[in-house]
Design a protein around this ligand. Structure first.
Ligand SMILES: Cc1cc2nc3c(=O)[nH]c(=O)nc-3n(C[C@H](O)[C@H](O)[C@H](O)COP(=O)(O)OP(=O)(O)OC[C@H]3O[C@@H](n4cnc5c(N)ncnc54)[C@H](O)[C@@H]3O)c2cc1C
Length: 565
């Protein structure tokens, strides 16, 4: 049997990132086809900590309530960690503040649930979107990309074959991405030559013994022998199910590793446990050298992978999906220029380069600390250093990914995109917009459009009229929110804020700019200089033939945001 299908975007891989991309495209009305080789969801909890920012994506995918309803922990259970020295029974420990320190800068609260439940919610959401076709149980076997389009051959378990053609293909197919390989995209990484075990187990004893700590969801043990790697316990449900990961010898296997003893050693006390899963992975930090080659893109673990230190993997991947999703939709709906697609790598890759570096630095810094300080050698010196470490970790996190250096935002001259920043309500070009109440009582996030939004906090009506006229002439969907520069809105510091479909400010000002059309052209990729992308873009331009491309959907010129739907 052979099927022949045609679509606009082929998404290879229906893990959380592929599903998130399909949701973004589907809600924009873009035809897309998602291929996922597994019918069943994996039983391994994996990425559980979702940031407030990730929850904003679920809000705009119209399934944040469903996600919260799917969690296993009771509402209000404190999401955060304990760091202990030596073992969980050790004398030295602290509870660093969690994501609540930045929660007021996001419209949604962070959440914790097993990744398979997150995927289940997304599968249900995507199934309800008319423009998304899903093929579960089908593996992409071959990917062809040329100037005119893409072609993917998929096979199911019975050997049936499906030929799919489209305008773009996105590899969301995980760390061993075949799309990345077949598109010829190379990776650069650091191999730590370190094998890790991942165990999922049930134990009531562990919960009982952890009653000595304030309630938390994760428990990290630092030990001199681990050289900066961790023994790590995470709750899957309130009291019984856990996952554990730890460095192990290179030749460890499920047959020769005594995981139970290792867990007891990390815990520091004997405990009964029943195992549900024991697996292994090699610790690497890897990044694709580009997230795009012609009409092929990468997102999520296919583009970058690293050990689960810091809960960055899934959250970073979901942001990739949203960033790429709105840009593909804009280009296919013909209000975005092709250079908009080049801005995907330009914006997202620097974020992971620095995230990966921070993870490597964190391991090195723990290793140095543990080599230098040891209570068995010098208790006083260790206690002094440990307390310094504790207070260091109470500082507000400076992890604030932004695109100040992006070619499609009007950031400060000479700035660059980075994860290093600070959280503030002030609206800054390239940064995530902070949520504030409007005078209607609704939050600004309830009013943002799915295209661009102009927030006008000025009594002057001319900027609104001028931006509307320019957007209409350029075919850019623009929603306008008019309010006063008062109350919490004054903290934005700007009376005019142009917000992207991914809730990042693209331009800010106080007065009508000389030419609003110039402002708008840049933010849809019409006036960019993407170094190194010129050849790729001209090849794309030559091959794309957007005017004759019958795979695209019609532009959405509506002003409707989520609040209006
Ligand atoms: C122990 C552990 C804990 C973690 N904790 C966190 C955390 O707290 N927070 C966080 O943000 N991240 C965490 N992560 C990382 C997170 O799990 C990953 O970043 C996330 O799974 C990436 O999602 P993805 O969709 O990109 O890739 P994947 O989840 O790997 O999904 C890829 C999908 O593609 C499918 N596929 C592959 N090849 C093909 C093909 N040829 N055809 C069709 N389908 C294909 C696969 O079946 C799979 O479903 C953790 C990871 C581990 C291992």
């Amino acid at each position: 049997m052979q099927l022949n299908l045609q679509t606009s975007v082929i998404v290879v891989g229906g893990g959380p990132v592929g599903l998130g991309l399909a949701a973004t495209l589907g809600q924009a009305g873009i035809p897309c086809l998602l291929l996922e080789r597994s019918v069943e969801l994996s039983a391994i909890p994996k990425g559980q900590n979702l940031t407030g920012r990730s929850l904003e994506h679920f809000y705009y995918w119209d399934c944040a309530d469903e996600l919260r309803a799917a969690r296993l922990l009771p509402p209000g259970f404190p999401i955060g960690g304990i760091t202990a020295y030596g073992s969980l029974a050790g004398e030295y420990w602290y509870a660093p503040p969690g994501r609540e320190t930045v929660s007021r800068f996001y419209y949604q609260q962070h959440e914790r649930l097993p990744q398979y439940l997150t995927e289940s919610v997304l599968r249900t959401r995507v199934a309800a979107l008319d423009s998304v076709v899903t093929l579960f149980g089908w593996s992409a076997a071959d990917v062809g990309v040329d100037d005119d389009g893409v072609r993917v051959t998929a096979l199911d378990a019975s050997g049936a074959r499906c030929e799919i053609t489209g305008a773009y293909v996105v590899g969301c197919d995980g760390a061993r991405s075949m799309v990345r390989e077949q598109a010829g995209i190379t990776c650069t990484g650091s191999d730590f030559d370190q094998r890790m075990v991942l165990a999922v187990f049930r134990s009531r004893d562990l919960d009982t013994r952890l009653g000595r700590f304030p309630p938390r969801t994760t428990y990290r043990v630092l030990h001199p022998e681990l050289e900066g790697y961790w023994w790590f316990f995470g709750r899957v449900d309130p009291a019984e199910t856990w996952f554990f990961h730890a460095p192990v010898p290179k030749d460890a296997t499920a047959a020769n590793l005594d995981v139970h003893s290792l867990i007891e050693r990390a815990a520091g006390f004997p405990l009964a446990c029943t195992f549900q899963h024991v697996g292994f992975w090699d610790l690497r930090v890897d990044i694709a050298d580009s997230y795009q080659r012609g009409r092929a893109f990468l997102a999520g673990d296919a583009a970058h992978s690293h050990p689960p230190y810091g809960a960055y993997g899934l959250n970073t991947g979901l942001e990739d999906a949203v960033n790429l999703g709105w840009k593909l939709a804009a280009v296919l709906q013909k209000w975005g220029e092709l250079a908009l697609l080049g801005s995907y790598t330009a914006e997202r890759r620097p974020i992971f380069v620095e995230t990966g570096a921070a993870i490597i630095d964190g391991i090195a810094s723990d290793r140095a600390f543990l080599a230098r300080y040891n209570p068995d050698r010098d208790r006083g010196e260790f206690e002094h250093a440990w307390s310094g470490r504790t207070s260091g970790e109470t500082a507000p996190p400076s992890y604030e990914p932004h695109y100040e250096g992006s070619p499609i935002v009007w950031g400060p001259a000479g700035s660059r995109s980075s994860v290093h920043g600070h959280h503030t309500v002030e609206a800054r070009a390239g940064h995530h917009l902070a949520p504030v109440p409007l005078s209607s009582g609704r939050n600004v996030f309830e009013e943002l459009g799915r295209g661009y939004t102009l927030i006008a906090l000025t009594g002057d009506r001319r900027p609104v009229a001028a931006f509307r006229t320019a957007a209409a002439a350029l075919g850019i969907p623009l929603r306008v929110i008019v309010d006063t520069f008062a109350a919490e809105r004054a903290a934005y510091g700007s009376r005019l804020i142009l917000v992207r479909p991914d809730q990042h400010a693209a331009w800010t000002g106080n007065d009508l700019p000389a030419d609003p059309a110039t402002v708008l052209r840049r933010v849809v990729g019409g006036a960019t200089d993407l170094a190194g992308g010129a050849t790729e873009l001209s090849a794309l331009r030559h091959g794309l033939g957007l005017e004759t491309n019958d795979l695209t959907s019609e532009p959405d010129k509506g002003q409707g945001g989520r609040g209006g739907q």
